[in-house]
Every structure is written in structure tokens, then in C-alpha cells.
Design a protein. Sequence first.
Length: 170
Amino acid sequence: MKELTVSRNAEGDIELRHIPPALAFALRELPKLLSEEFPESASRISQDPYAGVGGEDDDENSAEWARNAHPELRHLFCSARDVVQADLRHLRLDRVIPPAFRLRVPGPNVTAWLSALAAARVGLGEVNEVTPQDLERMGGSLLPNDRDRSILLIQLLGWMQAILLDEPEE
């Protein structure tokens, strides 16, 4: 199989070619990980930054945050999910080099992708109580359980984040 190639055009669109099947599988899991069936991905946007601090001012700040910030953050999360879901409809088998895949991420959508990838990874990590040590130890396992499969999925989605963040070489 050919190595994954990434190119970026003048408009900022990112073209991924020769996507390995494992990464294509991880990307296809994103809509499910960002759906209402997996609320952990959205849980971090509903966390009150003032919770547990104490004091009357903090109660007022919590109420104001819930009234003003939370709805906007929820809207941004749902918007990012919808953008990623629409882009993933174009994930196709690479006819030249099967079983690899290809995908184009429009430049204006990269930020939505980064948000969605981060939310999915955090949600998977929370559900499976994944530690930084877990992410460093992966390798050699046959992925015998859901937790190990989730760790691999977190890593694959992190790889996609790194691809999107990487600046092209001139």
C-alpha cells in the first residue's frame, strides 16, 4: 500500500490520498461518536466552569454562563458535527490504490473538523477512563476489548488532527 499523502491547495482545501483502511474506519465512526447516542463527546461543553468554586458571585456567574455561553457552544458543537458528517459523504475508495481511501476537507471546514475530532477523542477517553500512559503503551495488542479499541480509535483520530494541523512544506 502507498503511503498516505496530504496536499493543501491555495484555498486551504486538504486532499488526503491513500488513506489506510484503519484511519478510514476511524473517520467513519465520527458521526456516531458525535451523535446523541454518545453524549460524552458533548459533555465537556456543558461543564460549568464555576461549579464547585463556591460563593454567591459564582452562582450568578454559573447562571449567566448557562444562559449565554452554553447554547452557543452547543450550537457550535452541532454545527461541527454536521460539517464533518457532510464531508464524510465524500470519503471514497481510491480506485487507483485499493484498499486505500481518499477524502477532501474544504479549507473553511478544517476548524469544524478539529473541534469534532477533539470532542470525539475526549468523549472516548472519558467513557473508557483512558490515561496518557494508555495512549503511550499501544502496540502489539490484538485489541481484545472495547477499551483497547477505543484507545486505538483515539490515536487514529489524533493522527487526523495532526494531519489537519500540519502546515504543508513549501
